[in-house]
Structures are given as structure tokens and as C-alpha cells.
Design a protein around this ligand. Structure first.
Ligand SMILES: Cc1cc2nc3c(=O)[nH]c(=O)nc-3n(C[C@H](O)[C@H](O)[C@H](O)COP(=O)(O)OP(=O)(O)OC[C@H]3O[C@@H](n4cnc5c(N)ncnc54)[C@H](O)[C@@H]3O)c2cc1C
Length: 253
């Protein structure tokens, strides 16, 4: 387990926001120079003095989608019709929010002899974007395979960027899968299956002989709780040790 960064609270100015997939936005915030986090960690974001609120309150936990090497700080979220998200969508550029963190231990293991298998469902891609951008920038030697499941390409944030990273990092493979293409207006010639044992095995087998990779992969799963539970049981049913599975449930979806 990696050493955790100390959590602190600071105010950060909204620098920009943009649509990054259907009903999904990325938010950029000024990052204090002395604030650090590990790729994969999350922070609590609170909108201050909001013009409206509801029973769910003004705070949401978001994985940091930017890598530690990147500035500004980026979060990405599905824009559902809740007071907190309506405020995030409409607050003027320059508005300050409160950020507390970092929290969590969904961070890459140290042993480069064990591959990392990253399994993302929808917006669960955010901690993994941070990890794979960090791995490319820091030239980490881990073999990393990122599986990314969405209903349609329209829903898949960071798709092109995550594919392009394969050219920067020879140890990284990106396997997106679209499970509801009948509802899509876009072309797709990639995978269609849900993330399951067959799909994972298809891309893990060609990795290398087991002797090179002592102990097998460490699996990381992030996304809505139901998806995390389904993939976890698919893995354990095929003999993966619970100790080799790390998860982040995006409670609230
Ligand atoms: C570690 C972590 C990282 C996350 N990262 C992201 C991210 O990068 N992007 C993103 O879009 N979302 C992320 N989420 C989910 C996010 O915090 C919100 O819950 C989600 O965006 C839904 O918010 P909403 O306003 O749309 O819905 P709402 O339903 O109005 O808000 C959900 C609220 O209810 C709480 N809640 C609901 N169900 C539960 C539950 N079962 N257990 C605990 N609290 C619950 C949430 O914390 C939140 O305060 C993350 C959650 C966690 C725990």
C-alpha cells in the first residue's frame, strides 16, 4: 500500500468547464502549489453560498481526473438534475469552491512485476485517467491494461485521449467496450461485451509469460456500486484472490 498524502482543505477558483460526453462535464480548478495527491485519490468538493440547495447537500466526493503532474485540477461528473450539479453548471467562472482531500487508497501498486488491470464503468474512468496519464508522464514500467465500459461512445469521456496514450506508453493497452450500440448514432468497431472474465482473458493472455509477471495482476474496479459488485464477483468466481482486487464505489449512482 502506498503512503497517503495528508488531507487539507483549501478554496479553489473555477477556471473553466466543458462538455466532455453526453450529460457529462469536466471542471477545472486552480491547484494550490503546495497541494499534492496520488493518482487515483479523490477529494470532497463543496459549493459555497449556493443560490439553491437540496436534501443531498452541497458536497460531493469526486475522484481527481487530472494527473498529479497536471495543472489545473480536473474533476468530471455526470450532470444529473440535482441542486449541487445545477450550481456547478451555472456558477460564474472565477467562483471559489471548498476542496478537502486527498482521500482514498485506489492508487497504483509499487511492484512493477505485477500488471495493473483497470476496470472502469462509465464515469468510473476518472481515477484511471489520472493513473494512466501519470504512468505515461512518470514513465512507470507497470504493464497496464485499461478496460472501459460504456453504453455508447456518446457517453464515454476521454475516449480519444485514452487511446492516444498508447503511443506515449508502450506498457499500456486501452480496451474500450460499448454495450448498447443500438442506441448510438456513432460508428463503433471495437468490443461490445460487458466487462467479464472472457473479455479480460482475451487481452491479458498475450501480455507475457507468467514468469515475467510474479503473482499475476492487481485488479482495480471503479464505477457505480452495482457494476463494481458484478465485476468483483466475476473475478472471484474465476479464482482471483480478494486481496488482489481494489475498488472504488461511486456511491450516489
Ligand atoms: C470515492 C468516490 C469518488 C467519486 N468520484 C466521482 C467522480 O469522479 N465523478 C462523479 O461523477 N461522481 C463521483 N462520485 C459520486 C459522487 O460523489 C456523487 O454521488 C454522484 O456524482 C451523484 O451525485 P448527484 O448530485 O448526481 O446525485 P444525488 O443522488 O443527489 O447525490 C448523491 C448524494 O447522496 C450521497 N449518497 C447517495 N447514495 C449513497 C450511498 N449509497 N452511500 C453514501 N452516500 C450516498 C452522495 O454522497 C451524495 O452526497 C464518487 C463517489 C465516491 C464515493
Amino acid at each position: 500500500m502506498s503512503t497517503m498524502e495528508l488531507s487539507t482543505t483549501f478554496k479553489a477558483r473555477l477556471l473553466g468547464r466543458r462538455d466532455v460526453a453526453e450529460q457529462t462535464m469536466a471542471f477545472l480548478f486552480a491547484k494550490p502549489p503546495d497541494w499534492s495527491f496520488k493518482a487515483g485519490q479523490f477529494a470532497d468538493l463543496t459549493v459555497l453560498n449556493p443560490p439553491e440547495t437540496d436534501a443531498e447537500g452541497n458536497t460531493r466526493g469526486f475522484s481527481v481526473a487530472s494527473a498529479p503532474e497536471e495543472d489545473p485540477l480536473m474533476f468530471a461528473t455526470r450532470m444529473r438534475d440535482t441542486a449541487c450539479k445545477r450550481v456547478l453548471r451555472s456558477m460564474p467562472i472565477g467562483t471559489e469552491v471548498k476542496i478537502e482531500g486527498p482521500f482514498g487508497n485506489l492508487t497504483l501498486h509499487n511492484n512493477t512485476k505485477r500488471p495493473a488491470v483497470l476496470l472502469a464503468g462509465g464515469i468510473g474512468i476518472t481515477p484511471f485517467r489520472s493513473m494512466v496519464v501519470h504512468a505515461a508522464k512518470a514513465k512507470l514500467q507497470h504493464k497496464i491494461v485499461l478496460f472501459y465500459s460504456n453504453r455508447r461512445p456518446e457517453d464515454a469521456v476521454f475516449l480519444k485521449e485514452l487511446k492516444a496514450l498508447e503511443r506515449e506508453n508502450p506498457h499500456y493497452r486501452f480496451i474500450p467496450t460499448m454495450t448498447n450500440m443500438e442506441d448510438s448514432q456513432l460508428p463503433w468497431d471495437g468490443e461490445h461485451n460487458l466487462i467479464n472474465h472472457e473479455l479480460i482473458a482475451k487481452y491479458l493472455k498475450p501480455l507475457a509469460p507468467p514468469a515475467v509477471y510474479e503473482g499475476g495482476p492487481i485488479y482495480y474496479i471503479a464505477g457505480p456500486p452495482q457494476m463494481v459488485a458484478e465485476i468483483r464477483s466475476a473475478l472471484t468466481n474465476t479464482g482471483v484472490d480478494e486481496d488482489d482486487i481494489r475498488t472504488e464505489e461511486f456511491a450516489g449512482y
